[in-house]
Design a binder for this molecule. Structure first.
Ligand code: BGC
Length: 765
């Protein structure tokens, strides 16, 4: 709608649509899509009042309906963004109503940006990010996130709070589920893939959303694995392990960054000008905007670095937090502080400029409304469901398979399907289940019933509950769509399960964690199976029947007793909407297990933090005075990079083009991989290096620098080749300078981080 207004009206009339005319009968520069973004931003900024500017920096809850309060706030220009959390965000209706008010009833017609956590799917939920990382296939993540973008954009969501690239070394921390594990190099690939999946090549397209890399920075190093807790990260470790994933997302074009809750080595991350300005803006040239995590600006008071809200606002804004999520310190104090001169107009303008820039880039000024019919057919499309199945199968990691009990074949005719997670479809979607509806989810039992065919006889019993009443944390009823999780274990349940096992050929036992024991605020002090599940396993194992354990969890569990006695263990994580079908595909051999761990499985909680890429001690190895545990083996239960297939692979010795490499040269490495079994299977060749005479500090005992997935037929051998530049051998010093040291290096190409023999080379000066 074009509203022609008279010259006298141009300063006071409410904006009537995106074509507003200035005194000369022309569009204002900021309204003209043909103008470059920077000109539009500058033009708009010039016209804004102080109140309007401050309004752009506040994100509030997306209201369920447009009531008088939300309409007034918008008309007053108090709101820059909405954060959606409930069913309202499944349709664009409320969103468009709000947008109409902003565009048509405010002086300048500045659209809010609508955000929602779309982490691993929207209505179609895909496996948790930790699972997809285990597929060692960043393109797979790009595809799942592209569908998540498509579905959420149809609901009117412009902006999501993902990827979460926090490195995690401590599985007590529940948010390990949301990231990619313990390797920064792999994390860089996955973070960038996620940004591409969400933003595409043109973020203004109707099926794309703005991505937000989080939580900046160091949040995953929470002490004791307790969420929101303090982190102590020396700069050397920060640069090499925690920052690279963020840089990779910035390079991939991510438009927003979220500042984290944690206190980072004494300075809260949401008030940390070293990380937010010196590194992010000055060093990396990030041009988008920073949003705080939920109330993390207000929490600067709790951290004890701000005496009051005004302090908190000043510290955060000056440090580089542009938009405040939920807490109101900017809204309530900035105007006065600007008047007093304690906050500069220049800093405020810069924050507003960054927010507006992203809104222009997303196309919100030119296409503020969302098609109100598209969402009706956008969800759970066949390609989305098929991808949730494919991604789940590729994310499964086969941890154990004695005597080839898997895949299940018609010889194992009678299957006892037992365990609290066998038929709990609602748990399949994991901690960030977004807009999943329970009745659209498939349980493992359903998947098996649908596809097993008539060769198998499947009998089912629960065996025990997922958890028992009286545990410290009773799972919460976290969404309207997810009902509570069943009754406690009945007196005969374990006994019934044992009799069923006795009359069967094999037991498939689905055990693990409730979905909300991982994710935000999902910390655990124990890494075993909750409730009576271990007891159930022990009773079933005592029958002597082969037990195939299917683990559903948001973290690695410490389960040495299961490893000893289970015939097979398949880690299925939380696989998503139709993910259980993919898990069943692996169990029955319709899909090969090709996942490899990107997170170490400890034997006991006392081993954590535990990760493969640690520095050496001065006393490596085993024996006395070597610093090993006296009560358990020091090695992991399953190391980073580990995973079995339904066939076996032999890796030869890695070969190098030379044992002396010049600085201008490159490292050509290769290995012969042979499928020594009698089924086709996918080997993952993992390339690790180690620098043995680093000048700025110890280097990890192994660092991942490359991988390739190779499908091999039975008996087939293939030479797998890698090329590393000398730049790939480098690392950061504690000041963030990239170094490549001459000297001795080791290089492995192996099936996991704990096996293989290294090749050696010298990098010559
Ligand atoms: C979480 C973020 C999330 C935000 C908005 C916070 O509590 O830490 O990861 O994006 O809420 O929902």
């Amino acid at each position: 709608m074009a509203a022609v207004v008279s010259a006298a009206d141009t300063t006071s009339v409410y904006h009537q649509g995106w074509i507003d005319l200035n005194k000369d009968g022309k569009k204002n520069v900021y309204e003209d899509p043909s103008q470059p973004v920077e000109r539009r931003v500058n033009d708009l900024l010039k016209r804004m009042t102080l109140d309007e500017k401050i309004g752009q920096l506040w994100q509030i809850d997306w209201p369920k309906r447009v009531d008088a309060q939300s309409a007034t706030r918008l008309r007053n220009g108090e709101v820059g963004s909405y954060l959606g959390s409930d069913a309202t965000v499944e349709t664009p209706l409320v969103r468009n109503q709000l947008q109409h008010i902003a565009i048509e009833e405010t002086r300048l017609g500045i659209p809010p940006i609508f955000g929602h956590d779309v982490i691993h799917g929207f209505r179609t939920v895909f496996p948790i990010p930790l699972a997809v990382a285990c597929a060692w296939e960043p393109e797979l993540f790009e595809r799942t996130e592209a569908i998540a973008a498509r579905e959420s954009a149809a609901a009117g969501i412009d902006w999501t709070f993902a990827p979460m690239v926090d490195l995690a070394r401590d599985p007590r921390w529940g948010r390990i589920a949301e990231g990619f594990g313990e390797d920064p190099w792999l994390g860089c690939l996955y973070g960038a893939a996620c940004v591409r999946g969400f933003q595409g090549t043109n973020v203004a397209d109707a099926d794309r959303v703005v991505a937000c890399v989080k939580h900046y920075v160091g949040y995953g190093a929470a002490e004791g694995g307790r969420d929101y807790n303090t982190t102590e990260i020396p700069d050397y470790t920060l640069w090499n392990f925690y920052l690279p994933q963020f840089k990779s997302c910035v390079d991939a074009g991510v438009l927003t960054v979220m500042s984290s809750f944690n206190c980072l080595s004494g300075v809260p991350a949401s008030g940390n000008s070293y990380t937010l300005t010196d590194i992010l803006r000055n060093e990396w040239n990030f041009r988008g905007f920073v949003v705080s995590d939920y109330e993390s600006v207000g929490e600067l008071v709790d951290h004890g670095v701000a005496a009051n809200e005004a302090d908190a606002a000043r510290i955060a804004l000056n440090a580089g937090v542009d938009m405040e999520m939920i807490s109101k310190t900017y809204r309530d104090t900035l105007k006065v502080q600007i008047g007093q001169g304690t906050v500069s107009r220049r800093v405020l303008d810069e924050a507003v400029r960054r927010v507006l820039r992203v809104k222009f880039q997303k196309g919100l000024f030119d296409h503020p409304y969302v098609d109100e019919t598209r969402y009706l057919s956008a969800y759970l499309k066949p390609d989305a469901l098929a991808l949730s199945r494919e991604a789940a199968a590729k994310s499964c990691v086969l941890l154990r398979d004695e005597h080839n009990v898997l895949p299940l074949t018609p010889e194992t005719k009678k299957i006892a399907l037992i365990g609290p997670l066998a038929d709990l479809a609602q748990e399949m979607v994991g901690p960030w289940h977004s807009r999943a509806h329970t009745n659209e989810l498939v349980s493992l039992a359903q998947a098996i019933r649908d596809d097993a065919g008539s060769d198998f006889k499947i009998s089912e019993t629960r065996g025990c509950a997922l958890f028992e009443p009286g545990v410290v944390k009773v799972p919460r009823d976290i969404s309207n769509y997810l009902p509570l999780k069943g009754s406690p274990t009945g007196p005969d349940e374990i006994r019934d399960a044992v009799s069923l096992a006795k009359s069967s050929d094999v037991v498939v036992l689905a055990v693990g964690e409730p979905l909300d024991w991982s994710g935000e605020d999902g910390s655990r002090s124990d890494l075993g199976l909750p409730g009576l599940q271990q007891q159930l396993f022990d009773a079933l194992a005592a029958t002597g029947k082969p037990i195939v354990v299917v683990l559903f969890s948001g973290r690695p569990l410490a389960i040495p007793q299961i490893t000893e006695k289970a015939a097979a263990i398949l880690e299925a994580w939380f696989p998503g909407t139709e993910g259980a079908r993919g898990v069943a595909d692996v169990l029955f051999g319709r899909a090969e297990p090709s996942g490899r761990l990107t997170t170490t499985f400890p034997r006991a909680v006392g081993q954590v933090p535990f990760y493969y890429n640690h520095y050496n001690t001065g006393r490596p190895g085993f024996g006395e005075y070597k610093g090993n545990y006296v009560d358990i083996p020091t090695i992991p239960l399953y190391p980073f990079g580990y995973g079995l297939a339904y066939t076996t692979f032999e890796f030869g010795q890695p070969r190098l083009n030379a044992d002396k490499i010049s600085f201008a040269g490159k490292v050509d490495a290769s290995v012969t991989v042979t499928n020594t079994g009698n089924r086709a299977g996918t080997a993952v060749a993992e390339l690790y290096i180690r620098a043995l005479s680093a000048s700025a500090g110890s280097r990890p005992v192994r660092e991942l620098k490359g991988f390739q997935k190779v499908l091999l037929q039975p008996g087939e051998s293939r030479t797998v080749k890698f090329e590393l530049t000398t730049h790939d051998l480098g690392y950061f010093d504690a000041n963030g300078h990239w170094l490549v040291d001459p000297g001795l290096y080791q290089l492995w190409i192996s099936k996991d981080s704990a096996s293989g023999e290294p090749a050696w080379f010298d990098l010559e000066k």
